[in-house]
Design a protein around this ligand. Structure first.
Ligand code: GLN
Length: 197
């Protein structure tokens, strides 16, 4: 089984850890960069991206996460996690890891639709999933290698670029673990192939 880290600086990390552990993976709550080596995948949970950025100032997280990805690790960013992974962030602009070739607009839904739940069709998962959007961002522009796995009202909400999976909603808040299973498969495949390239 894959060894998966959940970035535990802030946000909804505990629920992700619970879902992943329930699927049988070894889960590590990651609070220090030194915990990254040896993991097959890392989940960057939803929360408040600006707060996570502030907390990341304590250690060289940007370098360490780039090294983690380049070394074959898989990454899953949900909501604030997707914002952190992006190449560019707007509304307002802020620093980001640049590990996903996308521009992400923060808090892109108006106040009336601040939070909502919907059903998304995800052909790669063989059906639909429930998705909870909370002060969600929006993928504004996607690079040519970024694949859209699900859309809501014609706009991408779940995307993948190689070993990086990102979504603007919270998959951990429903009882459906399909997306976590998909990520575990990505991380296992990366572990089996990536390290030998
Ligand atoms: N609005 C938050 C941000 O900009 C993201 C919200 C979330 O992760 N649910 O970081």
């Amino acid at each position: 089984m894959a060894r998966i880290g959940v970035l535990a600086l802030q946000g909804d990390f505990a629920v992700h850890a619970e879902v992943l552990a329930g699927l049988g993976s070894e889960v590590v709550e990651v609070r220090r960069v030194a915990q990254l080596p040896g993991l097959d995948g890392l989940v960057i949970p939803g929360g408040e991206s600006t707060t996570v950025l502030n907390l990341m100032a304590d250690e060289p997280w940007f370098q360490a996460l780039k090294r983690f990805k380049d070394g074959g690790g898989a990454l899953m960013g949900t909501c604030a996690g997707a914002i952190l992974l992006a190449r560019e962030v707007v509304n307002p602009a802020q620093e980001s890891l640049g590990l996903l070739d996308a521009t992400v607009e923060r808090n892109a839904f108006g106040r009336q639709v601040d939070s909502f739940e919907t059903t998304l069709d995800v052909p790669q998962l063989g059906g639909t999933i429930e998705a909870v959007f909370i002060r969600a961002p929006r993928f504004q522009a996607l690079g040519p290698k970024v694949e859209t796995l699900a859309a809501y009202r014609g706009e991408p909400v779940l995307v993948r670029e190689g070993r990086v999976l990102a979504m603007t909603f919270h998959p951990e808040l429903t009882r459906d673990a399909k997306l976590h299973v998909y990520f575990l498969t990505m991380a296992q495949t990366a572990a089996l192939t990536g390290r030998f390239q």
